[in-house]
Design a protein around this ligand. Structure first.
Ligand code: KIV
Ligand code: ZN
Length: 517
């Protein structure tokens, strides 16, 4: 018998992008959306259009170009939000409008300052306004798990009458416990008279580490759509992780009895891409996609694995697309590189392809093996390059002195707005000295908040990947990354990119203020 399907609603580009420190540029959003389509998600929530012009542009382009998934835009139950979402989705192939309104006593009283009666009227009005534009309407009573059940049943009934086709139950603050959340979903099925006219969805946050467990229990009790993100990224402690939900439903289909449309072999690519683009590193012991998820350390486990993989593995790593085979050699041409990267969801310009192929060739000359991870890192480095106009600062020269008897010192010569400027820094290590030298040129108030270094593959000749976060005077954070065979050079490139992001932001603000006068 064919299994009933669970709708996978991916909100990596909306809730996921709300993760502290994660911002994605337009090209990165488009590449991720392509990968999500390849992964087979049913709905891509592409952003909150009224919140930023960048979200608006991404929703519009994703809605008009991505084949397969529905594309959703988020809106509060306000005319300006709904108008903006309607404009962004106007030419989308498969649009969905997602309207939300808080319904818990605490949100109604302190955030919205409205009575329950006013909230119902606003919710119904929001759904009707959305319905004037589209057929597929999702309504979310924000903070549903802390909403009085009777009130929740009432508003759900009214918004379904008004035209909502999906009702999403968010555990906005990650407060619910699995049994309790399961019973909430069950009670919605039993107490909302017209519930069969809509799909029940759930959207769980991970503040107590229960987002996946709560979502799965909800599925067992009537939810047929799950909202989730790649690597579980999202507000605060994040959302339910897509890969954990999907692999639970697949590995334990005996327990759940549902299917999804996810092509699980694309999971690893999606996870790597989201981690690289957002700068949010996946913890090594993260279920399904962590570096150690399929590593076996203990001798007794290794022995068991050699006898039969199933002794200690409940999933085959191949199921999530985990393979580190050699895909490109130094004799591979541009076509081969293009094919590999197209398969990974990249859409490259001619110039980008040329640069990537040249870098792969040069790496293949130095390093025996060029693995898929190397190619992805090089492609990310090239596609995330700042444009010529955005490169306010460029590196001319860098000299670093370090040793066991001297204090590490760096001197840099940078080109700032076309002029040569020198900087000097001393630090506890060479990278610290380089960072001080660069920031001495950028000016006060810019500082390095996070620094992560990893060798992509191989040994001491491996490509080094540096991911950093810098902070400006106003405490805005900016992610930047770079790769190089030399750790110091990768660090300097990432630091200069971070500094350029700060300067671009400050200049665009100044320009806007100038126009406003
Ligand atoms: O967490 C939440 O409540 C949300 C809603 C907008 C669905 O993200
Ligand atoms: Zn959320």
């Amino acid at each position: 018998m064919k299994k009933e399907k669970i709708v996978i609603f991916d909100t990596t580009l909306r809730d996921g992008e709300q993760s502290p420190g994660a911002t994605l540029n337009h090209q990165e959003k488009m590449i991720i959306a392509n990968q999500l389509a390849k992964l087979g998600v049913d709905v891509i929530e592409a952003g909150f259009p009224v919140a930023s012009p960048g979200d608006f542009k991404a929703i519009k382009e994703i809605g008009e170009t991505i084949k397969g998934p529905r594309v959703a835009a988020l809106a509060r139950c306000l005319e300006k939000d709904i108008d903006s979402a309607a404009a962004a989705l106007k030419n989308a192939k498969n649009p969905r409008m997602h309207v939300f309104l808080a319904t818990s006593p605490i949100h109604m009283k302190y955030k919205l300052k409205k009575s329950p009666k006013e909230i119902i009227a606003l919710g119904v009005q929001g759904v009707k306004m959305a319905k004037d534009n589209f057929d597929d309407i999702e309504f979310s009573p924000e903070d549903a798990s802390r909403t009085k059940p009777k009130f929740l049943f009432e508003i759900l009934e009214k918004v379904i009458d008004a035209g909502a086709t999906t009702v999403n139950i968010p555990d906005t603050v990650g407060y619910a416990q699995p049994y309790e959340f399961a019973m909430l979903i069950k009670s919605i099925k039993e107490n909302v008279p017209n519930i069969d006219d809509a799909t029940i969805s759930v959207h769980c946050h991970n503040d107590l580490g229960l987002a996946v467990a709560n979502s799965l229990e909800a599925v067992r009790n009537g939810a047929r759509q799950v909202e989730c993100t790649i690597n579980g990224i999202g507000e605060r402690a994040g959302n339910a992780s897509l890969e954990e939900i999907v692999m639970s439903l697949k590995t334990r289909k005996d327990h759940f009895g549902f299917s999804t449309g996810i092509k699980t072999r694309e999971i690893y690519n999606a996870s790597k891409m989201v981690s690289d683009f957002t700068g949010l590193i996946v913890q090594p012991n993260k279920a399904v996609v962590g570096r150690n998820a399929f590593a076996h350390e203990a001798g007794i486990h290794q022995h068991g694995m050699l006898s039969s993989r199933e002794c200690y593995e409940i999933m085959d790593p191949k199921m999530i697309g985990l393979k580190t085979e050699l895909v490109i050699g130094k004799h591979s041409g541009k076509h081969a590189v293009k094919k590999v990267l197209n398969n990974l969801g990249y859409r490259l310009t001619k110039e980008q392809l040329k640069q990537i192929s040249a870098k792969i060739k040069s790496l293949a000359d130095k390093q025996k093996h060029v693995m898929r991870e190397d190619i992805i890192a090089i492609a990310n480095d090239v596609t995330q390059q700042l444009s010529k106009e955005e490169r306010i600062i460029e590196l001319d020269e860098i000299v670093v002195m370090t040793g066991n008897r001297i204090m590490p010192t760096a001197t840099v010569s940078l080109i700032v707005d076309g002029k040569m400027v020198g900087g000097l820094g001393k630090g506890v290590g060479p990278v610290d000295a380089v960072s001080r030298a660069i920031f001495s040129v950028v000016g006060s108030g810019v500082s390095l908040k996070e620094y992560n270094l990893k060798a992509i593959t191989g040994g001491t000749d491996a490509l080094a990947e540096v991911a950093i976060k810098v902070e400006d005077k106003k405490k805005n954070t900016y992610s930047a990354g770079a790769i190089n065979e030399d750790v110091i050079m990768a660090s300097a490139k990432a630091l200069i990119k971070g500094a350029n992001k700060v300067l671009n932001f400050e200049r665009s603000k100044k320009k806007k203020r100038g126009k406003g006068k």
